[in-house]
Design a protein around this ligand. Structure first.
Ligand SMILES: N[C@@H](CCC(=O)N[C@@H](CS)C(=O)NCC(=O)O)C(=O)O
Length: 228
């Protein structure tokens, strides 16, 4: 059975949503990133980047959430747009836009707003600026169409859902008012039974909740290693 290496964080949750939506049988394997499981040699053999998610499907290993979504969608033939060059180009453009822009900028915005030991105004402003700029582009698109690729719910919407439901953490609760169409889509996806099941997966396992020194050492390794 497919093994899904996960935690309750945004990137694994996109994959959980797909697995639940598509009805793919899987075994959820917890990777407790606050305990440092991501750095264990057996996990690094699956994902050398020491992050979640990753999947092992028979003799196939895939890491990085967008790569996993594309792999699973192409394998199952589900949640993809029409099979023509134009639709595939749109699919790839928006998948990469989300994975190289929305995800990293949102993640850094959450970090500098909530976790950095010093509140660095320049860093907070830069990452919030870029995060809200990316959501502005998505808002403009969703003001003209129901889903990211038109009339059909696809992996691009699932990819967006992973991070956009955390807009309050990345930007602040008040930003929902700036992105009403992003909110419309995220609320619609969150109301789907598959999304509720995806979010509930993490209750099957006991993850560490404290963000103590062990967690910081595992997740913020730069705190203990000066490279600049
Ligand atoms: N580009 C990767 C990023 C994965 C990522 O940053 N995962 C986070 C959770 S959302 C993680 O594993 N954090 C633990 C750590 O940084 O040690 C993807 O899209 O899967």
């Amino acid at each position: 059975m497919l093994k899904f290496y996960y935690s309750g964080a945004p990137n694994p949750m996109k994959v959980a949503l797909f697995l639940e939506e598509a009805g793919v049988p899987y075994e959820a394997v917890p990777v407790d990133t606050r305990k440092g499981d991501q750095h264990k040699p057996e996990y690094l053999a699956i994902n050398p980047n020491a992050k979640v998610p990753a999947i092992v499907d028979g003799d196939v290993t895939v890491f990085d959430s967008s790569a996993i979504l594309l792999y699973l969608a192409e394998k199952t033939g589900k949640f993809l747009p029409a099979k023509d060059d134009k639709a595939r180009a749109e699919l790839l453009s928006w998948m990469f836009f989300i994975s190289s822009g929305v995800g990293p900028y949102s993640g850094q915005s959450v970090h500098f707003r909530n976790y950095a030991p010093d509140k660095i105004e320049y860093a907070i402003n830069r990452y919030m600026y870029e995060t809200q700029r990316h959501y502005g582009i998505i808002e403009a698109r969703l003001s003209k169409q129901k889903y990211m690729l038109g009339d059909t719910y696809t992996i691009v919407d699932m990819n967006l859902w992973g991070w956009a439901r955390l807009i309050p953490n990345a930007l602040g609760e008040q930003y929902w008012a700036k992105f009403p169409n992003v909110k419309r889509l995220i609320d619609e996806i969150s109301a789907r039974p598959a999304a509720a099941r995806a979010v509930a997966i993490k209750d099957r396992h006991k993850f560490k909740t404290e963000f103590d020194d062990e967690a910081k050492r595992a997740m913020f390794r730069h705190l203990h290693e000066k490279v600049a």
